[in-house]
Write a protein that binds this ligand. Sequence first.
Ligand code: F3S
Length: 80
Amino acid sequence: PLYTIVNQDTCIACGACGATAPDIFDYDDMGVAFNLIDQNNGNIKISDNLIDDLEDAFEGCPTESIKISKEPFTANIQAR
Ligand code: F3S
């Protein structure tokens, strides 16, 4: 299983991730991205059918703000 969060401290609101993976990422009023599936808690498994979008968004983020982990982010904020 894969989980994801956006590091909102480094996101520059470029808008790429929501275009690439609209079922995973949305933007707040400032254009800063978040994981819409679990309100950026990173504790709900990403569906298998969305993994390709997730990987594309991960690779496309210019600031490496998208974090992916095989473990839920609740206990451990570290990511690959
Ligand atoms: Fe922000 Fe990266 Fe998305 S900069 S808007 S998290 S592609």
